[in-house]
Design a protein around this ligand. Structure first.
Ligand SMILES: [Zn+2]
Length: 395
């Protein structure tokens, strides 16, 4: 089970001295008051330049020049050794075998409260194998790329960072391939297939859709989808697991979004992956469980600024976030969607609407520069890049 492979990263970040760790990783430390300084590898400090400061009191570090290289033990190792999350965990386990390796709290067996994340470890292995096999048969059809890039303004970099995939009209080969490798009963129980009465089993995800893989510590635990045809409700696999769970073990401040596209928009806008997506508004008991399980984490709920988001009154939402964000782009209030149907109320923009607007703004600027000022396309794009970047919100 997953439990045995994990370490308590939070305890590791808190209890292992960042100073000894930095020394072990080869940082050239010099004492400065109660702190230590060192050249910053990101800024490539040379000579006597020492922009990196280590703080024993908070067991953290930051480069005051680039402001990019900062964090706790985990981040220090990851950046210094250029490892991905999984490799970093492995390095810690190998290098700190004496360090007490408690299971992380999310899998704690005695926390019967923990309804959200106990599912992480309660999925039968065979189902996880099926998800993995199914996922590895997927690709990124043009139709799906077009939807993500054109309709949602999600860039190729983001698509590849979160390993998004898609399905478009290759159901038969997917089904055949899975049935070669797994028992049909298992495929049905896993939720990937179902059997309509009196007919042979078929694949569940049978519409053109985006597939979002939900990983935790490098392991695929769940797949969620979004149909391109909104009139067909997206099918949900049993035992829902949140998206981007690794954020919970890596960050002190975690932003919580309803939908994955909003989370991805946040990532694209800020470059930060300290977010999770709950696939809809969570129930009160899920909410209590989440904040109790991660009592040291500061959650910022950024549910859509609409009626449904506000209705969940047990959730302390960050009500000023959207207003601040939009005003940093020059909006006096959160814009509303034009309502095509006068029966539905106009809806306030969410993060993805802003992402699309920024993309369009960029495209428009580039096009204007290209045509009106006679710049070449690359010149126009470079200029538009600068102008749109200047509009970035201040944190
Ligand atoms: Zn730096």
């Amino acid at each position: 089970m997953i439990i045995n492979k994990l370490i308590d990263l939070e305890a590791f970040n808190r209890d292992e001295s960042i100073i000894s760790l930095a020394a072990r990783l080869g940082f050239d430390l010099r004492k400065s008051g109660s702190n230590f300084t060192s050249p910053c590898p990101v800024c490539q400090d040379t000579g006597s330049k020492r922009h990196l400061t280590f703080y024993p009191k908070t067991n953290s570090f930051i480069c005051h020049k680039c402001n990019q290289f900062k964090g706790t033990n985990f981040k220090l190792i990851q950046n210094a050794l250029n490892l991905n999350n999984r490799e970093t965990v492995k390095w810690i386990m190998d290098s700190f075998s004496n360090h007490k390796t408690n299971p992380v709290r999310l899998c704690s067996p005695d926390s019967h409260e923990n309804k959200i994340l106990e599912k992480v470890s309660s999925q039968p292995e065979i189902h996880l194998d099926i998800y993995q096999a199914f996922y590895s048969l997927l690709d990124l059809p043009d139709l799906i790329i077009h939807y993500l890039e054109f309709d949602r303004a999600i860039t190729k970099d983001t698509i590849s960072r979160f390993k998004l995939r898609g399905i478009a009209k290759n159901h038969y080969s997917l089904k055949t391939e899975l049935q070669k490798r797994f028992r049909t009963d298992d495929l049905i129980q896993s939720g990937i297939m179902y059997q309509p009465e009196g007919k042979s089993p078929v694949l569940r995800f049978n519409d053109a859709c985006v597939v979002f893989p939900h990983y935790h510590q490098g392991k695929l635990l769940y797949l969620s989808t979004r149909n391109l045809n909104f009139s067909i409700k997206s099918y949900k696999l049993p035992q829902q697991v949140f998206f981007n769970l690794d954020a919970l073990t890596q960050y002190k401040t975690v932003y919580v979004f309803e939908g994955i596209i909003n989370g991805l928009s946040y990532y694209q806008m800020t470059g930060n992956d300290n977010f999770i997506c709950t696939l809809g508004i969570i129930s009160e008991s899920q909410y209590q469980s989440l904040i109790r399980t991660y009592s040291d984490t500061e959650f910022r709920f950024l549910y859509d600024p609409d009626e449904a988001g506000r209705k969940a009154s047990y959730i302390r939402t960050d009500s000023q976030f959207y207003l601040k964000l939009f005003s940093s782009y020059g909006f006096k209030e959160i814009p509303l969607h034009q309502s095509r149907n006068c029966k539905t109320k106009p809806k306030e923009w969410d993060l993805n609407d802003l992402t699309i607007w920024l993309r369009d703004e960029y495209e428009e600027r580039a096009a204007l520069l290209e045509y009106c000022q006679g710049l070449s396309r690359p010149e126009a794009e470079a200029r538009a890049d600068i102008e749109v970047n200047n509009m970035k919100p201040v944190q």
